[in-house]
Design a protein around this ligand. Structure first.
Ligand SMILES: [Zn+2]
Length: 469
């Protein structure tokens, strides 16, 4: 597999530090509000990369943080007249509801900043001991960027350029305009913790350095996030981590491109954005996910109703192919595959699996992987029809389950129907038992119940067969 590494700005073969294992950190949301569709793109891309790595046989440990203390949380909690922790708890619950709708799996760990204050203080103290931090009285503890000669290596800038482009400074006492807060001293009655430098709270960037190390070790295989985090957030994570550990923070830096609306970068501060929850009123989470994966993850992606509706039609084609196969599997006269069918299935599986993997191996080209699924659907529609054996239809379904599962789609078509099928089988067995016991009233009642579910029963020499009306 090859991944574009934003640190080296090249496409590199992916090889984890420890063979067979991948450590993966994705920067999660600040929980002061519900997530928007820009956040959703990052979640879906990271989840798909995680699924694909697992599919390729890696044991993946995935960590995604919640930023549960910052200016916006403090402000919002005040507006609502509740505590910061309470607001964060509510928004984390909302986050999981949204992530579940997208088919985004839970991380192995979802650490929260406020649960890691002692480790954060320890890390800042280590930076201070090494000469990387200094105190501005009445303000906070700051990181000294001039102490790190390669500062800017991820965002490909140097300090001179950064200084020239610096905006008017908030704190004139900073040694360099790019120095940033590791610890912010308490203002008025803001939420605060004790520290060796005075009561306060962590700056934004330090949490990821500390929590990534705590759960994944000194060097991560993959660090991901939205492109807007490259500078300053990820640059600063590197600056904070590497002096303390003496090792590179991450081996592969992966960033997804931004969403645009009407060609403009989606921006919450400009009001040019959609909450995911509102979008989910109009489209299923599966459609949204499918759309978010319809372009290469590094490219910008335009969000519009027309484009999402087109993705919905595409996804429907895949659902239709799956439904056809399920119908064929259920109504098949033959159980076993013929030799010819066995060859067909082996050919479909080998060919489409290979093409799908080639697409995903090429820097997670999900757009191409989707088109491989479209072709698989067309070929199944063309080559697997009435008269096919159950084994052939089920083999083709298995291929959709395998490849669709990597993209996090088709689960509803495959699984919900399956549990429904199980319920139908259970009712049929009950009806058979009732007939055996000569309880015909009960047998008729169950048949009517099945009919109301749109299920038609047929008695055959080999037993009862059913189909959907
Ligand atoms: Zn982060």
């Amino acid at each position: 597999m090859r991944l574009h590494n934003d640190l080296t700005r090249t496409l590199e073969p992916f090889t984890p530090l420890v063979p067979g294992r991948v450590t993966f950190y994705n920067c999660g949301p600040t929980v002061y509000d519900r997530i928007h569709i820009g956040n959703a793109r990052n979640l879906v891309v990271a989840d798909t990369l995680r699924r694909y790595l697992r599919y390729r046989g890696y044991q993946v440990t995935f960590v995604q943080n919640f930023t549960d203390v910052d200016d916006k949380i403090i402000r919002r909690a005040r507006e609502l007249g509740i505590g910061e922790r309470e607001l964060a708890d509510q928004m984390i619950a909302e986050y999981f509801q949204d992530a579940d709708a997208l088919g985004v799996e839970r991380a192995d760990v979802h650490p929260r900043v406020t649960d890691h204050i002692p480790e954060i203080i320890e890390h800042i103290a280590a930076l201070e001991a090494l000469g990387f931090a200094y105190v501005i009285p009445g303000d906070g503890v700051y990181y000294r960027v001039t102490r790190k000669p390669d500062y800017g290596k991820l965002s490909n800038r140097n300090l001179a350029e950064l200084q020239a482009g610096a905006r008017v400074e908030v704190s004139a006492q900073k040694e360099h305009p790019m120095d940033f807060a590791l610890w912010k001293f308490q203002k008025e009655d803001e939420i605060a913790w004790d520290s060796p430098w005075g009561k306060g709270r962590p700056g934004w960037h330090i949490e990821c350095s500390v929590m990534a190390r705590r759960y994944l070790g000194d060097t991560l295989d993959i660090h991901a996030g939205g492109e807007d985090l490259i500078f300053p957030h990820h640059e600063n994570e590197i600056a904070q981590s590497e002096p303390v550990t003496g090792r590179p923070l991450a081996r592969y830096w992966i960033h997804n491109g931004m969403l645009t609306i009407g060609g403009e970068k989606m921006s919450k501060s400009e009001g040019n954005f959609w909450y995911l929850r509102d979008v989910l009123q109009r489209y299923s989470g599966e459609v949204v996910r499918f759309y978010l994966l319809s372009a290469h993850y590094r490219k910008p992606l335009e969000w519009s109703d027309e484009l999402v509706a087109a993705a919905r039609s595409g996804l429907e084609r895949l659902h239709n192919a799956v439904h056809n196969l399920r119908h064929l599997a259920r109504s098949a006269e033959r159980t076993e595959a013929s030799d010819q069918e066995r060859d067909l299935l082996a050919d479909l599986t080998a060919r489409f699996r290979q093409r799908f993997q080639e697409a995903m191996d090429d820097d997670l080209n999900t757009a191409l992987a989707q088109s491989v699924l479209f072709e698989l659907a067309a070929e199944c529609n063309r080559r697997i029809g009435p008269g096919a054996s159950r084994a052939l239809a089920e083999g083709a379904l298995e291929l959709f389950r395998e490849l669709g599962g990597v993209l996090g789609i088709l689960g509803s078509a495959l699984v919900e129907e399956e549990s429904l099928d199980a319920e139908i089988e259970r009712l049929i067995a009950l009806r058979q038992a009732a007939r055996k016991a000569r309880n015909f009233a009960e047998a008729d009642r169950i048949r009517d119940q099945l009919r109301a579910m749109g299920i038609i029963l047929e008695d055959t020499p080999t037993g009862v067969r059913w189909r959907r009306a």
